[in-house]
Design a protein around this ligand. Structure first.
Ligand code: FAD
Length: 395
């Protein structure tokens, strides 16, 4: 039996939507992507991709495109955020490649987005419609129907809702409540390393753990730029649609009680910070929260998560690969394929969501708990940091 060719609408052209569209187009399906913004802006700062995620990019034929824009740090260092003491080291670089068969990469989100976009634009059976919000869809036993901004009514066999954290399609399909504020605020900045003093430049991933805050720095763009993220406990009262806004170094430092001098210098030196109020949802509890009938939820629309395991985009990439694989399986109808996708993905995503929450609590420990954490990390070393269940996974 030959593999079926499906007509697929993908709503949203972030990492999840573009990767889903690309995976489906490469598998021979006819794909239309609808994105609400008329022009892409370089949203976000850096992204770490574990071997589980870069494996998907390699499978999509993007190995050399990734190599051209990413950095491949040799190790992850975990340091005390208050006195800069080294607490643990996880070798990445060649070790990740040998152990997991794919690299640990760090790159600018805009570069990841662009490499997916370039690859998608080269696919003749894929079309991308910008300035095209899709706010509603109906389905029956044979198709999903929706209207586009120009008033046209379209019917497709399958819809992938990849419309992000504030997914309107999710709220329709699942009739559930919006994401909730975590009470944490992330600040991100990207800067050429040449603009930083020597002591602040870095070729490795460094995580700094402090009381009620943590910071992460890593190189991107072949090592020429440095990305920094600081997360502090805040009020979390930004309006939901103001995803990112400028922030001052002083506001960030106010949330970093007794931060190490080197870390404080770094916050001052990075300059152009943007703030993100962090929202999430509880870990998925069933496959029914990832799909309904012919509509599959992908990426943040399905499982927004705290960034403390650096896996939101990674899970979106895994979702995209799995959805395309299920839709390409011969002998299954569309609803069965969509259900098989949700069934295959929900527990994995739930585990990553839950682990990210625990990591945040661990990272931001105070008092005795922080002392125990630091001692455990120094004793266990690499064993506390390597996560074979996460990095060794094949979507
Ligand atoms: C501080 C921070 C650090 C992070 N670090 C990492 C990391 O290191 N590693 C990692 O893997 N992940 C990380 N993430 C998570 C990662 O950025 C997200 O999980 C990922 O970008 C989600 O992609 P998405 O495509 O699902 O959603 P989005 O990127 O939000 O894309 C959704 C798209 O849908 C469009 N859209 C919305 N509504 C509609 C509509 N009605 N019609 C049409 N289009 C619509 C939007 O315009 C947008 O283009 C981090 C997140 C944060 C906040």
């Amino acid at each position: 039996m030959s593999a079926p060719v499906r007509s697929i609408a993908v709503v949203g052209a972030g990492v999840a939507g573009l990767a889903t569209a690309l995976a489906c187009a490469r598998a021979g399906h006819r794909v239309q992507v609808f994105e609400q913004v008329p022009v892409f802006a370089p949203v976000g700062a850096g992204i770490q991709l574990g071997p589980n995620a870069t494996r998907v990019l390699h499978s999509l034929g993007l190995e050399s495109a990734l190599r051209a824009v990413a950095a491949f740090p040799s190790e992850l260092q975990v340091r005390s955020g208050t006195d800069a003491r080294l607490l643990g080291v996880l070798p990445l670089g060649d070790r990740a490649l040998v152990r997991y068969g794919a690299p640990y990469a760090t790159l600018a989100r805009a570069d990841l987005h662009q490499l997916l976009l370039t690859a998608l634009e080269a696919q003749s059976q894929a079309s991308l419609y910008l300035g095209s919000p899709i706010d509603a869809a109906q389905q029956d036993s044979s198709a999903v129907q929706f209207s586009t901004a120009d008033g046209m009514v379209r019917r497709v066999e399958v819809m992938a809702a990849a419309d992000g954290l504030w997914s309107t399609l999710r709220s329709q399909v699942l009739l559930d409540t919006p994401p909730t504020a975590t009470g944490h605020v992330a600040y991100r900045a990207l800067l050429p390393q040449a603009d930083l003093p020597e002591k602040l430049r870095s070729a490795v991933v460094t995580a700094w753990l402090g009381p009620r805050f943590h910071a992460v720095t890593y190189p991107v763009r072949g090592g020429a730029w440095l990305n920094a993220v600081v997360v502090v406990h805040g009020v979390g009262d930004d309006a939901p649609d103001s995803w990112s806004q400028p922030a001052s170094a002083d506001a960030i430092l106010a949330g970093m009680e007794c931060a190490a001098p080197l870390l404080r210098d770094g916050v001052q030196a990075m300059g152009a910070w943007q703030s993100w109020t962090l929202f999430d949802r509880p870990p998925l509890r069933s496959a029914a929260l990832m799909a309904a009938g012919r509509i599959a939820l992908v990426g943040d629309a399905a499982h927004p998560m705290r960034p403390y395991l650096a896996q939101g985009a990674g899970m979106a990439l895994e979702d995209s690969w799995r959805l395309a694989s299920e839709l390409t399986r011969s002998g299954a109808n569309v609803a069965q394929s969509v259900h098989a996708y949700a069934n295959a993905r929900w527990q994995r995503n739930a585990r990553v969501q839950a682990h990210a929450v625990r990591n945040g609590e661990w990272f931001h420990s105070t008092g005795l708990r922080a002392t125990v954490r630091d001692a455990a990390m120094q004793t266990l070393g690499m064993r506390a940091l390597d996560l074979p269940w996460l990095y060794g996974y094949r979507a």
